[in-house]
Design a protein around this ligand. Structure first.
Ligand code: SF4
Length: 350
């Protein structure tokens, strides 16, 4: 068989693998062994499948590929966040981050190579869009970050956030397939309540999440509750205005009963006044929600700066006085450009 005609075995269903073995005179249970290696044990090569004969492993090698990704560089920040550049089969690079905290170990994963949405404050947006990740490339980031968590911290992963490179809702099918594997007892078996998908705000796709009754958490990167300001930093707002987003999150909540998180990147002299906080408080009335206020991490050439501590405190206090649940997030990994919006700024391609 021609090498380039081989399919990745992880694109096959269990039944297809079973049929493959039976049609080649092997036992049906072989499929279960291979399936466990692929999904439960996150095997990276056929040769790792140690309870399968060498002849069968060679046979699999002759018929299929197993296109795993691998870490091509690792950087550690002063606050112990780990940024990993993953090399894909076609040599493209995406980045993932492992973020240790007192009460959790979070993996931040990418969903696309680059991004088409050009948010003004974001390093990934400056790269442009190259391609969507396959669901197994997303899953590989999770299993490799989980391996790093065990090796470096002797702890399991507790949370997964889709906040790396790309807009997850523009790679919808692969996102849902990756989540299905992350949560399946046949694979990584994590609770969907530990997964957060962050979107820049695509109204139609937020409604789709509602229709699909997803069980993971949704975070909407709002960053301004005023159309003029939001369009200034996020071109996607031109077609996904705050009215449309408000309708979409109400629809989503009606279908899923999941509280929505609004992410708010607070920028000096742009969206950090009490007037901005008032607009955000109004928007929050649309749906049960909480607000994460995120300090800005420097990205060269954007012209944005971190808001002052005084303004952040006043902003958060204003929301809290209106009974809105607020967290002020200190982003980790800033000195290695692993923090929110910084991925791709210091990528060390290997
Ligand atoms: S913030 Fe997200 S959606 Fe916007 S450009 Fe960056 S990666 Fe794309």
């Amino acid at each position: 068989m021609q090498k380039d005609k081989k399919n990745d075995i992880r694109l096959m269903t269990f039944e297809e693998i079973q049929e493959f073995f039976v049609s080649h005179g092997d036992k049906p249970f072989r499929a279960k062994q291979v399936w466990d290696w692929l999904w439960k044990k996150s095997a990276r090569t056929f040769d790792e499948m140690s309870n399968i004969s060498v002849a069968t492993r060679n046979f699999l090698n002759d018929h299929f590929t197993l296109q795993t990704i691998f870490p091509s560089s690792v950087q550690i920040s002063d606050d112990k966040a780990l940024k990993i550049a993953f090399q894909l089969n076609d040599k493209k690079i995406v980045e993932g981050v492992l973020i240790p905290a007192a009460d959790r170990m979070t993996a931040c994963v990418s969903s696309q190579v680059g991004c088409s949405l050009s948010c003004k404050f974001c390093a990934t947006g400056k790269l442009g869009f190259t391609r969507n990740l396959e669901f197994f490339e997303i899953l590989d980031q999770v299993s490799l970050l989980s391996k790093f968590a065990r090796e470096r911290h002797d702890l399991p992963l507790t949370n997964i956030v889709f906040m790396g490179m790309g807009e997850p809702l523009l790679n919808y099918d692969n996102l849902l397939r990756a989540v299905e594997k992350i949560t399946s007892p046949e694979a990584l078996n994590m609770s969907p309540s530990r997964i957060t998908v962050s979107t820049v705000g695509l109204a139609k796709m937020i409604k789709q999440l509602g229709d699909d009754h997803v069980k993971f958490n949704l975070a909407l990167s709002l960053h301004a509750a005023n159309d003029r300001k939001r369009s200034e930093i996020m071109p996607v707002n031109e077609h996904n205005s705050l009215d449309k987003l408000a309708e979409a999150v109400r629809y989503y909540y009606a279908k899923t009963e999941n509280r929505v998180t609004f992410e708010y990147l607070i920028l000096n002299h742009f969206n950090d006044t009490l007037g901005d906080a008032k607009e955000l408080a109004e928007f929050c009335k649309n749906v049960p929600c909480k607000v994460n206020i995120i300090g800005y991490n420097f990205v060269e050439g954007t012209g944005f700066k971190k808001a002052s501590d005084v303004n952040v405190k006043a902003f958060a206090g204003f929301l809290e006085n209106r009974n809105i649940i607020v967290s002020v997030r200190k982003s980790k990994g800033e000195n290695i450009a692993a923090a929110c919006g910084q991925l791709a700024t210091k990528s060390t391609k290997g």
